[in-house]
Design a protein around this ligand. Structure first.
Ligand code: MG
Length: 228
């Protein structure tokens, strides 16, 4: 796999469209265990991101592109999601600094750096019912597939499958981080909104960068299957 800044930009645009499509659902998920703003916050943030990218034009430096995404999310998304998604992309920016192409190892390094940043910032581990529950297994699955010499499609497919399983795993969890943790046991039985938007991010990568057909990934089920 070798992706250019233009490819990465297509992924970001696809994520913006995906967030817009699932905005209401994400806010409903947040209404159950949070403050009912995840969909509107992420929608506002990603609209700002694509406006910024469209204004600036896509350069050749993938690190700079990720930095623009991260900075814009930090400044335009409220709550915990702005700093966390911003950190994800800012750390990916550092890992991809000066690169005009990302190969499998480059992507794996970027994901690893981004995930480490999110965990350091949010102090969340697997099982805390946060975006980490989708992000960590997805990143690990991606790296494992690259390590086996897998193709772009195989790596993204593995990441999307892992992210989807991660989202579903949040349903029975009792939240230990963020606003949902105030609910204690009452947070159980609800799908985490941050893990859900993270799943959508990975899913868009699988589709746009991995070329994985929608049917292969049972598109949308992670946002629709929640039992509330
Ligand atoms: Mg919220």
């Amino acid at each position: 796999m070798t992706d250019t800044a233009a490819d990465v930009s297509r992924w970001i645009h696809a994520f913006q469209a995906e967030i817009a499509e699932h905005r209401v659902r994400l806010t409903e998920l947040d209404a159950a265990i949070g403050d009912a703003d995840h969909g509107t916050n992420m929608d506002r943030g990603m609209r700002a991101v694509v406006a910024k990218l469209d204004d600036a034009g896509v350069g050749v430096d993938i690190g700079s592109l990720f930095k623009t995404v991260g900075m814009t999310l930090v400044s335009s998304v409220g709550g915990a999601s702005g700093p966390l998604y911003g950190t994800l992309f800012l750390r990916m920016a550092t890992a991809a600094a000066g690169l005009t192409e990302l190969n499998g190892d480059g992507w794996a390094s970027a994901w690893d750096a981004g995930v480490a940043g999110v965990q350091a910032r949010g102090k969340a581990e697997i099982g805390d019912k946060t975006m980490v529950d989708a992000l960590v297994p997805a990143s690990a699955a991606f790296a494992a597939a690259v390590g086996r010499g897998g193709s772009s499609a195989e790596a993204w497919h593995a990441a999307a499958v892992a992210a989807r399983a991660g989202v579903k795993s949040t349903v029975p969890m009792v939240a230990r981080k963020g606003r949902a943790s105030y609910l204690g046991e009452r947070s159980a039985g609800h799908q985490d909104p941050g893990a859900t938007s993270t799943y959508l991010l990975i899913e868009c990568g699988a589709e746009v960068l991995g070329g994985v057909a929608r049917a292969d990934r049972e598109r949308g089920t992670a946002t629709e299957s929640v039992s509330t």
